[in-house]
Ligand binder design. Structure first.
Ligand code: PNS
Length: 162
């Protein structure tokens, strides 16, 4: 039997957007197992706690069988080595993302040659979405219902009201 290939799509997911979901749905078809790795970064202030982000990502992706949601701290490549993950999946929205993504891919390759990065261009209809822009426009009362999953929209509204 062919070796099963485990991949990871890692990020901050503060919060998960429809752009993330697009990449995840497509990547889940390409690999036997896809982990969604939510970064705990003690130096970065997030709107959602790691527990909240895990919960929202799990709810959003409940329709995909081969996806598992986890959180991690430290180097992504170390998490991959410990968990037998051989592919890093990243999404790019436009040429503006390319330099940063290449830099990370090259650094990760330098740190662990056996782990490959696969970069998927996002669907054009999501190319302008980012978690930070969503939080910014919501703060000023914009309608973002087409940009994030329903459960995220509800939680964002609750945060805004507080
Ligand atoms: O959604 P993001 O914030 O663009 O995701 C970036 C992420 C989490 C993939 C990246 O910052 C990361 O891998 N962080 C963990 C620490 C690490 O491995 N840093 C070296 C990256 S070359």
């Amino acid at each position: 039997m062919a070796k099963s290939v485990k991949a990871i799509f890692a990020g901050s997911f503060d919060p998960i957007t429809n752009g993330h979901v697009d990449i995840i749905e497509r990547a889940a078809k390409m690999f036997d197992k896809l982990k969604i790795g939510i970064l705990i970064n003690p130096n970065k202030q997030t709107m959602f706690t790691v527990e909240e982000r895990v919960e929202l990502v799990k709810k959003t992706l409940s329709h995909i069988d081969n996806v598992e949601v986890i959180f991690f701290e430290g180097l992504l490549i170390d998490f991959c080595k410990k968990n037998d993950i051989s592919v890093l999946v990243r999404g790019i929205r436009s040429s503006a993302d390319v330099d940063y993504e290449l830099q990370m891919a090259h650094m990760n390759k330098e740190l662990e040659d056996s782990i490959e990065t696969i970069i998927l261009p996002t669907n054009t209809k999501y190319s302008f979405i980012s978690s930070s822009l969503i939080k910014e426009v919501l703060h000023f009362g914009a309608n973002i219902e087409n940009l994030v999953p329903k459960c995220v929209l509800e939680e964002l509204k609750k945060k805004k009201i507080k």
